[in-house]
Design a protein around this ligand. Structure first.
Ligand SMILES: C[S@@+](CC[C@H](N)C(=O)[O-])C[C@H]1O[C@@H](n2cnc3c(N)ncnc32)[C@H](O)[C@@H]1O
Length: 317
């Protein structure tokens, strides 16, 4: 464990903790899943309330930190390595088919962002990696050095909403033909050479966000989890999702809206028809956001949005 993993609060401060506890309602006898275990902050609070928790993370370092932090709860806590998109298989491994609640707090932890050697930060030099699971998949360097110009433009525009995508990609392609990119600062400096610094954020902010989303297929795995979620919950079980940017929140909002409508109506239909994807009751009409006290204490909470649904009993039940 590295020196900056020594304290719980330094690793990652859990966002919207009281709100998560309100909706997950942990208590003895309940089995809850934390699909993004990270530093184990949310999980610890749920364990302290008496619930059993299955914690999942795809990052070995997060798992080893959380296992150590939560060792006193070993009777009620299981940590599993994997992607939350494969949650049904992971739950089956842990001997469960349906649980009382699923929480995901998406994205990377403060610790992952701050550790230079994970390659997420344009502020510190490190290998251009960005994989949350370092045992598999393409790194950000692989992507930047080998993807076609068209694909890179699409990634930067769609996932980073970067308006200067064309200019940045032209410069990247020119540069990589002389020498492949290897480090975070190498790429950040290249971007800064064509995008003027404006406002408070670094010119590479949007491209780094886009690469992180692409490298970890963050939107794809979120969609997969949402699609599979109802099968993994008992009736009355809850799904709580915390997102940090509008691309993710839009996916969650749309999915929850669709899955909580009993009927669908279309202009061309004489009457509304039953919705085959109706599984949930919406518990949050608007996203839950951080209050003033949390905003003062944790900058990261500024962009956090929590949405929650509850599984309805199946019609044949
Ligand atoms: C924002 S942190 C979670 C922090 C945690 N709630 C806490 O209180 O400490 C996100 C964590 O989820 C993990 N993660 C993100 N996406 C994942 C996925 N698709 N499958 C498994 N783990 C994921 C990351 O590796 C990271 O450790």
């Amino acid at each position: 464990m590295s020196s900056n993993q020594s304290s719980e609060s330094e690793y990652h401060v859990p966002v919207l903790l009281p709100e998560v506890l309100h909706f997950m309602a942990p208590e003895p006898g309940k089995v809850l899943v934390d699909g993004t275990l990270g530093g184990g902050g949310h999980t610890e609070a749920m364990l302290k309330a008496g619930a059993s928790v299955i914690g999942i993370d795809q990052d070995d370092q997060a798992l080893s930190f959380a296992r150590q932090r939560l060792q006193d709860f070993s009777d009620h806590f299981t940590a599993l390595k994997g992607n939350f998109s494969t949650m049904p298989q992971l739950l089956a491994e842990a001997g469960h088919q349906q649980v009382d609640g699923i929480l995901v707090d998406i994205g990377v932890s403060s610790w992952q962002l701050d550790e230079a050697d994970r390659g997420f930060s344009f502020a510190k030099d490190g290998p251009l990696d960005m994989r949350m699971n370092r045992s598999t998949g393409e790194t950000a360097a692989d992507l930047v050095n080998t993807a076609s110009a068209e694909d890179l433009k699409k990634i930067f525009f769609e996932y980073g909403e970067e308006r200067a995508s064309n200019k940045i990609v032209r410069r990247i392609v020119e540069r990589r033909s002389q020498k492949p990119f290897e480090t975070t600062l190498d790429l950040a400096d290249c971007i800064a050479s064509v995008v003027p610094r404006g406002g408070r954020s670094h010119p590479a902010t949007r491209v780094f966000q886009a690469l992180r989303i692409a490298v970890n297929d963050e939107l794809g795995v979120l969609r997969e989890l949402l699609e599979k979620s109802a099968d993994m919950l008992k009736p009355g079980g809850r799904l709580a999702v915390i997102t940090f940017h509008s691309l993710e929140d839009r996916i969650v909002k749309q999915f929850f809206k669709n899955a909580s409508q009993s009927h669908i109506d279309r202009k061309e239909w004489p009457e509304p028809r039953p919705n085959p994807d109706y599984h949930y009751k919406l518990l949050t009409r608007r996203p839950v956001v951080a209050g003033e006290d949390e905003l003062k204490l944790n900058r990261r909470s500024r962009s956090a949005k929590l949405r929650v649904v509850e599984k309805i009993p199946s019609p044949q039940a």
